[in-house]
Design a protein around this ligand. Structure first.
Ligand code: 3HC
Ligand code: NAI
Length: 707
């Protein structure tokens, strides 16, 4: 049997080491192991003190999240074991010193708080990130933390879930000392000193000093509630975490833990928590790509080049500079190059103004960027990312030019949002090193990177791209090559359906507000106005001759373009905008334009319900998603969920479009799609996979697991 918790005696100190790779989660067996080893140490007369430490790369990353599904289904307060362990640790008769390296998060920091003392290396991080999973700390965290750091700080830490670096943790009182050098040796010496001091052992749960609430605390908590409430978007946990912390002010520790337990289970059983936990594991699953193993070679990227200093090129360059990678920015035109560089500087300076970068950091990042008009200057790059206009012939020409100058072995990536990677690769003599790196706008902000695999793309190119995505702090999702790949291919039917709803009588702002209330970051028409309706028109020009006959197309593509209603950039689009203001305002002129276009057709306008908006917009996404899975363009339904959450503002608490469909029930979704097909025609033809799963009573999640 694998021993999850190890025990040895060093210099009169019992060293209890948690050894549950990869992150020492509190999986079944770990709390029991700690408890047993603490008892053993207390009973051994040769032991004067105890050190609790983690092996491998971290202390304890928290409770085992895999267990939460079982807990929620049983709806039982099964954290009792953790509570008993922590109380027993505090009641131990010998000093317990917690030695933290890496992360002490969630249940991990709750264990640390139950030790009598906490020391850490300067690179350690602590925190209560449970809210990011839609829950609150469930092993006494909301009650012990305020006793260490005060109510206002504890409320902030539990409600935001942010990670706290060791230096700040020390100032706040979360840890007692920072130690350079060998952590275990320092911890043993610290523990011996505590034992020899003969001082009474400090039990966190018995501290009361910091529970006194001042007027400042009250005001800080009130401000926090407003800020958190604004961001909550249907996730109860952050406000509930504050409620649990506040409860500590005028209740005993045990009463506080009882309250915490009630809230913890209420949150754990919520749909938001299920969605967020799905996102946690899905985000980690995207890195698992058949054929790519730890042995697949990865090229080191020390030097990059980006071609095109437009909207995307500039953002991509910033990603590289932010990751400390030197990057050359090549343009065709001096004026655009200067403009591109000026925008990059302006963006960095705006971040510095908000206090998130120092002036030195801005200059250091700018110094990593070399502007040029010459191809020769990209010859040393380990990767070249093309971000020129979306035109296949231009991209092929540019790739031939890059291929001629780039060094042997350099990766050649295209940021195309729709075009055929194989065609682009065919313009080079190294198709195995050609790949799509589809960033999302604004590229320096959005977390998604679609990694598009062409038919010749090598495993090494894919493995390098996945590793690079991490370095650039993106979530890289490997997808297949087709028009629009995953994200934009699904966006097509979603966008069209929203427009059809407006043609049929819904108001633009009605559709947007229903989608926003559902949790989307922005309504779809606000997104279209932000991206530019001229862009949609251009894509339409490229593909209009290839569209299948008899499939309904939106009426407004041409009228919006003809009237110059490109969106925010021209002050009007689906909405109107006041000068210098990005707030979308409903526009009667737009309504008249729609009515005019509709009058020439047989479309009958009628009242549209919120439910119809949700079902038609979201099921359009789901049906296309199912088709994409059937076509092997995405590896897993959960990959699609990640793409929509990180690239398209889909609410994480809904778990992504495919998880959302699973939560509704695929039978119900399928029946609705069939009804839409009979009401609306061919475009709603159900995807074969949706039909199969619905008939088999299965979910997309099960389909993922069975593959
Ligand atoms: N439970 C179960 N598995 C976990 C886990 C956890 N708490 N934390 C990480 N893992 C798994 C991941 O799923 C991944 O598995 P895989 O290799 O099979 O895909 C593996 O550990 C490595 O994780 P990462 O890829 O995320 O590794 P990183 O080094 O990038 O990040 C980390 C490490 C910062 C610790 C990150 O994993 C993380 O944030 N983990 C979750 C932390 C957290 O939310 N803790 C609170 C849990 S809830 C709780 O404690 C409730 C309590 O109050 C009762
Ligand atoms: P853009 O029009 O802002 O910038 C393109 C730039 O490329 C221009 O500055 C142009 O001068 C430059 N360029 C053209 N030919 C060149 C050459 N031969 N050598 C060097 N530079 C050259 O376009 P944008 O929006 O940045 O789009 C670029 C690519 O990114 C397109 O393929 C687009 O589909 C894709 N994309 C765009 C997104 C967006 O929201 N704008 C999102 C994701 C991808």
């Amino acid at each position: 049997m694998i021993e999850l918790v190890k025990y040895e005696i060093r210099n009169g100190v019992a060293v209890i080491t948690i050894d549950n790779p990869p992150v020492n989660a509190l999986s079944p067996g770990v709390p029991e192991g700690i408890s047993e080893k603490v008892d053993k140490a207390c009973e051994d007369d040769s032991v004067k003190a105890i050190v609790l430490i983690g092996s491998g790369r971290t202390f304890i990353a928290g409770a085992d999240i895999k267990e939460f599904g079982k807990l929620a289904a049983g709806k039982q307060a099964n954290t009792d074991g953790l509570h008993s362990l922590m109380n027993a640790m505090e009641d131990a008769v010998k000093p317990i010193v917690c030695a933290i390296h890496g992360m002490a998060l969630g249940g991990g920091f709750e264990v640390a708080m139950a030790c009598h003392y906490r020391i850490a290396v300067p690179t350690a991080q602590t925190g209560q990130p449970e809210v990011k999973l839609g829950i609150i700390p469930g092993a006494g965290g909301t009650q012990r933390l305020p006793r260490l750091v005060g109510l206002a700080a504890a409320a902030e830490i539990c409600a935001t879930g942010r990670k706290i670096k060791a230096g700040e943790a020390l100032k706040l009182g979360m840890i007692d000392e920072l130690m350079d050098g060998d952590l275990l040796e320092s911890a043993i010496a610290f523990a011996n000193a505590r034992a020899e001091s003969g001082q009474a052992l400090r039990k966190t749960r018995e501290l009361t000093e910091k529970l006194k609430i001042t007027d400042d605390d009250r005001m800080a908590i009130d401000r926090l509630k407003v800020a958190v409430g604004k961001k909550a978007r249907g996730i109860a946990a952050p406000l509930k975490a504050i409620e649990a912390v506040e409860f500590a002010a005028d209740h005993s520790f045990d009463e506080g833990c009882k309250k915490e337990k009630e809230i913890f289970f209420e949150c754990l059983c919520s749909d938001a928590s299920k969605g967020l936990i799905h996102v946690f594991f899905s985000e980690r699953a995207v890195g698992k790509v058949p054929g790519i193993t730890k042995k697949t070679p990865i090229k080191e990227i020390k030097q990059a080049a980006v071609i095109g200093a437009g909207t995307m090129g500039g953002g991509i360059v910033m990603n590289y500079a932010n990751a400390g990678i030197a990057v050359t920015l090549k343009e065709a035109d001096q004026e655009r190059l200067d403009k591109g560089m000026a925008i990059i500087r302006k963006n960095y300076e705006a971040t510095a103004k908000k206090g998130r970068l120092t002036t030195e950091q801005v200059e250091a990042r700018m110094a990593l960027i070399t502007p040029t008009l010459n191809y020769e200057d990209i010859a040393d790059a380990d990767i070249v990312v093309e971000a020129v206009f979306e035109n296949l012939e231009l991209k092929k020409k540019v790739f031939t030019e890059i291929d001629a100058v780039a060094k042997a072995g350099a990766l050649l990536a295209s940021n195309t949002s729709t075009l055929d990677i194989d065609q682009i690769a065919s313009a080079t003599k190294r198709p195995e090193q050609v790949i799509g790196h589809h960033f999302f706008s604004p590229a320096n902000v959005m977390k998604l990177l679609e990694i598009v695999r062409g038919k010749a793309t090598s495993d090494e190119t894919i493995a390098t791209s996945l590793a690079l995505a991490k370095k650039l702090r993106k979530v890289g999702v490997v997808v297949g090559n087709c028009f629009g790949f995953v994200g934009n291919r699904m966006f097509g039917p979603f966008n069209h359906e929203a427009q059809f709803l407006v043609e049929e009588g819904a108001k633009v702002e009605q559709v947007d507000s229903v989608l926003y209330e559902f949790g989307m970051a922005m309504g779809i028409f606000a997104v279209l106005d932000l991206a530019g309706n001229d862009v949609g028109w251009r894509i339409h020009q490229e593909i209009k001759d290839t569209l299948p006959e008899g499939i309904r197309q939106p009426l407004m593509t041409e009228p919006l373009y003809e009237k110059g209603r490109y969106g925010q950039k021209t002050g009007k689009g689906w909405y109107r905008y006041e000068p210098g203001n990005r707030t979308p305002l409903p526009d009667v002129e737009l309504e008249e334009l729609v009515s005019g276009a509709v009058a020439k057709t047989g479309i009958e306008q009628h009242e549209i319900s919120s439910q119809e908006i949700i079902e038609r917009c979201l099921y359009a996404l789901v049906n296309e998603g199912a088709r994409i899975l059937g076509d092997n363009i995405a590896l897993r339904s959960s990959d699609i969920d990640i793409i929509y959450i990180y690239g398209y503002g889909f609410p994480a608490q809904r778990g992504g479009p495919m998880f959302y469909a699973d939560s509704i029930g695929l039978k119900k979704v399928y029946e609705k799609v069939c009804q839409f097909e009979s009401d609306q025609g061919e475009r709603w033809k159900p995807a074969p996979l949706l039909k199969d799963l619905a008939e088999a009573g299965k979910t997309f999640g099960e389909w993922d697991r069975e593959r």
